[in-house]
Design a protein around this ligand. Structure first.
Ligand code: NDP
Ligand code: NDP
Length: 326
């Protein structure tokens, strides 16, 4: 068998542990991305049959609350909130999530033991994002319901060990028994089929969803992604928190500082505060931080999130049914 799961008899949905866990039609998960994934993107993806995620890492507590409430007006489908555990006001976000009865939380960038038990006490499904098989095992031990394994290709925060999706997914598959979502470098149905063949039970897609009108990022950033070619992103700031960026003047300065041997303190000073917002939300393409995946090189247009979901699903289905039909 090529993958775990099967198409429903009428061919309009997919049935496996991930679609059942979340109550969704297709195993397509939109990544939680700071300054990109507000309620508009999350509700568009969920209404189209995938799982939409509100990225809380760039939201003050009252903004997250507003986004959850707006989401509920726009969709009655399941959704999730992504909570990067490095976030400063995490208790306030957790309180909002519980109060607003958010059904699913994707935690990332931190220890899964810290918040899983508390969230689960409130009946919330917990998924944690990892970049290695070792961390995936730790998640299983912490009692999470599923794991996202994100390879080196991914945008934004990334693993230090640079393990690619092709190497990571089979290793994580061997290490854990709970459901596994693959991430990093997936923007198409064939990409999804590839990671499902490696043992993934769903695909988390980030960069492709930034290039939609529903993503809250600045249009200049979306256009920069569409213009990006092979080799135009770089994993930088490994001495702080590793992050994949589009090469612009800021990223070039970081690269020069890193090759010159700058220490963490000097890099922190160069980074300053609010660079991600400046780039991705306010559209400063020169001095802002532009977090995006390697797969940006094959993204060539900005189109509605529902079209992106339909295209990924359609290509996945036809490639799965007839893998040789290029
Ligand atoms: P809308 O498209 O309705 O409105 C966009 C809002 O963003 C406007 O209120 C605008 O404020 C504000 N805005 C534009 N640029 C900036 C900036 N550089 N810094 C702060 N605010 C800015 O958005 P939504 O209804 O989707 O969003 C509601 C709230 O959520 C807003 O406060 C928005 O800033 C925030 N948001 C936060 C995101 C995040 O990742 N943190 C993502 C998306 C939205 P004005 O009209 O005063 O210019
Ligand atoms: P900085 O410390 O440089 O800046 C903080 C930014 O976050 C500001 O733009 C600020 O908005 C906004 N913000 C939202 N809520 C708060 C809060 N409660 N306290 C302070 N600032 C807040 O951080 P970054 O921009 O690099 O990262 C912001 C967050 O996003 C972090 O939590 C980080 O872990 C997370 N992150 C997640 C990623 C992912 O892949 N999921 C990738 C990168 C970062 P304002 O300017 O309006 O004050």
């Amino acid at each position: 068998m090529l993958f775990q799961g099967k198409f429903t008899e009428d061919g309009t949905a997919f049935d496996n542990r991930i679609t059942r866990l979340f109550g969704i039609q297709y195993p397509i998960i939109q990544a939680g991305m700071i300054w990109a994934s507000g309620w508009k993107l999350a509700s568009a993806v969920s209404n189209a049959g995938g799982l939409g995620i509100i990225g809380a890492g760039s939201m003050y507590p009252h903004i997250l609350k507003e986004h959850i409430q707006q989401y509920k007006k726009a969709s009655d489908k399941p959704f999730a909130v992504n909570l990067p555990l490095l976030y400063p006001d995490i208790e306030a976000h957790v309180a909002t999530i519980i109060e607003e009865r958010v059904p699913i939380v994707f935690t990332s960038a931190g220890n899964p033991k810290t918040w899983t038990a508390k969230l689960k006490e409130h009946g919330i499904i917990v998924v944690h994002v990892v970049s290695s098989a070792k961390f995936a095992k730790k998640c299983e031990d912490a009692g999470v319901d599923a794991v996202v394994a994100e390879g080196f290709e991914a945008g934004g925060h990334n693993g230090r060990e640079e393990t690619t999706t092709l190497c990571l997914i089979p290793a994580v598959r061997q290490a854990i028994n709970i459901p596994l979502i693959a991430a990093g470098g997936i923007a198409t149905g064939r990409g999804m089929l590839a990671v499902m063949a490696l043992g993934g039970e769903g695909a988390q897609v980030g960069s492709r969803f930034v290039c939609t009108p529903e993503a809250s990022s600045h249009l200049a950033f979306k256009e920069a992604i569409v213009a990006a070619n092979e080799g135009d992103t770089i994993l930088s700031l490994k001495k702080l928190t590793p992050v994949r960026l589009i090469k612009n003047e800021f990223a070039n300065k970081v690269f020069a500082a890193e090759t010159g041997g700058a220490n963490a303190e000097a890099l922190q000073e160069l980074l300053g505060r609010g660079r991600a917002k400046k780039g991705m939300f306010e559209g400063d393409m020169t001095e802002g931080e532009l977090e995006i995946g390697q797969v940006s090189s094959i993204i060539k247009d900005i189109k509605p999130a529902a079209e992106v979901v339909a295209e990924i699903w359609g290509e996945f289905k036809s490639a799965a049914v007839n893998p040789f039909g290029w």
